[in-house]
Design a protein. Sequence first.
Length: 367
Amino acid sequence: MRVDALADLLKGAVQEGGFPGAVALVAVGDTVVLQMACGLANLFTRRPVTVDTLFDLASLTKPMATTAAVMHLCRRQELSTTTPLGVLLPLFKGTDKAAITVGQLLTHQSGLPAYRPYYLRLRHLRPGERSTHLKAWLVAEPLCYQPGARTVYSDLGFMVLAWVVMQCSGQPLAHFLRDHIYGPLGLERLFFPAFETGPDDPGFAACEYSLWRGRLIDGTVHDDNADAAADLQGQAGLFGDAASAHRLLAEMLAAYNGVANRFSPEVVRHFWARPCDDQRALGFDVPAAHAASCGRRFSPHTIGHLGFTGTSLWVDVEQSIIVILLTNRVHPFANNTRIRAFRPVFHDAVMDWLLKKPLSINRPLID
């Protein structure tokens, strides 16, 4: 497998309608060994995708923002994965959710449902009223199962985690990340548009045309609940480019390997520990036993996540390999699911190329 064959694979997916545009980044630890960009960021303006294009990262917000914030609070010993909600958030005290732990929220074992279209009610409220109502609805939401009994992927759990970060730090999630993680690391291209203006001339990858919003979503969050309730954007809302995503993951990987930085080695090892059975890691996904989206070549100790807009990240912890794929597959409509077949094929090809070449690479390969 040659580098140009990987580029052809990515370009072929664009030509076949898998997604309008994409950026792929491959790294070994903190060294980027391959970065490719192709296709269009906006089909209507014909704006091309570049390696600097900013994508709506969708559910990559969960590991790269919400989980990162929780990890940092654990490093400061201001939070623990065993702390129950009834201790952290007074509104949960005395409810059926009081015993739900931070760890159960991170592993999607809280008992909370997967999704509720809160935005349909929130959009009729003034922005200043929305947070109070959303918190009340989360507290009153009936549990779908006993906490800890099973795993159900839940956006609501990560909304609650954003609330936990706010309660512990006294800051909204976006501001906490800027002050304590993204800012110190120089990651100004990781940001929440609802809270921050972001970089000058950002160059966004467009998302879908929203019928109920009456416009093309381009530079604002695609997730309707996150769009309606900005201060609880724990499940979605983060934007960024591939290079910034890599730098954050490389910082976590370095901590896992013993380097004390913005993250504690002990905390990262706890969060990235291989889970039992079909459970998730703390704040991260792991490859499925069959038909994993990261393909068949990653080692058994791998963590990652997918995003609805067509984004993904995978970290092979054993081999220090990081693969980031950012696409705008929901542009102009979200019913395009061809990326599901492409993801494992692409990741297998990347690993075949990477593991057959020397890992001591002096300079990046940019296509």
